[in-house]
Design a protein around this ligand. Sequence first.
Ligand SMILES: Nc1ncnc2c1ncn2[C@@H]1O[C@H](COP(=O)(O)OP(=O)(O)OP(=O)(O)O)[C@@H](O)[C@H]1O
Length: 359
Amino acid sequence: MITIKGLSKSFGELSVLENINTEIKEGEVISIIGPSGCGKSTFLRCINLLETPTTGEISVDGQNILAKNADVSGLRQKMGMVFQSFNLFSHLMIIENLMLGPVNLLKIPKQQAYEEGMRFLEMVGLKSKVYAFPDELSGGQKQRAAIARTLAMKPEIVLFDEPTSALDPTMVSEVLGVIRKLASNGLTMMIVTHEMKFARDVSSRVFYMDEKGIYEEGSPEQIFDHPQKIKTRAFIKKIFAFEYEAAGRGFDLYELNAKIEEFLKKQMFTERQIMNVQLVCEEILLGILLQAFPRAVVSLLVEYSDLNGEVTIQASFDGEVYDLLKAEENTISLAIINTYAKKMSTENREGRNTVTIII
Ligand SMILES: Nc1ncnc2c1ncn2[C@@H]1O[C@H](COP(=O)(O)OP(=O)(O)OP(=O)(O)O)[C@@H](O)[C@H]1O
């Protein structure tokens, strides 16, 4: 469906993409992940010519869209794009936003465009907002309306550029839900996303971008569970783990809690699950370890396993041999931790204690 050969893009002196070669087949759902600034959006924008590639070839259904005589507007209609910032016309009602392209560009009769628009709005759960203006909608609703507007142009492929980045966390899942539905309907899609759990669930293929290109690609299992290359491994590890150093009893608990929240929201944890992890971390640090060793510098590692949904909390610090299970510092804290913990253990290796709690 889309073949990309030797694609490069520079902005002046800054080379962002170099020699990308890949093929996207009909029905594929490709998630594009990678560190900030690695060129994910630029890659997507090159595919539908919002950016002009510096060199290379992009063929859509066998036609090179970079050729001088290419029917760019016809080819663009085959590719819908959903942006981070919705891009709805604020002076038009939602249904008018949906009808604009089909009536003006596809020359579809108004009545037909209206009926089809209504169908797409129903599909994204916005039937009650047909005559509303964009400003009357929440962020999640605006993005769903923007998706419906893209679908109204009947694209062969839809490119999503970080569709949930501008949304409050509570609204992310309603938009992802719509994209999931489109994936199960067989729509070809490419999605630049920071939502890793979503990328794993929805994609047929994942592109990990780094070093100005597609650094590693594979099935979600290959990329998330068995990444082969060093930078992919480091990136994936960082997604599923976060570290914090609590230096003595005076460490900033509010900062720690905020970081735990930020980390677990990315794993789509509920408020309640997040609070449980925060509570266990607080009890292990303040209730137990820093009670026994007030000046210890405790390294906290919170890891999430995407495979079994478990959260592993590890707290390590230098000092004499210590056994959490025999701790007498605070039995109430231990009892609280016990209500959430599936497993608890302590080990001392070369003078460093590591307490591990799995919840
Ligand atoms: N129009 C532009 N002019 C100049 N530089 C640009 C332009 N667009 C992007 N860049 C630069 O190209 C690089 C890649 O940007 P891009 O937005 O594609 O990265 P990204 O991987 O999508 O990042 P993020 O995940 O943070 O959105 C960045 O260094 C960015 O500053």
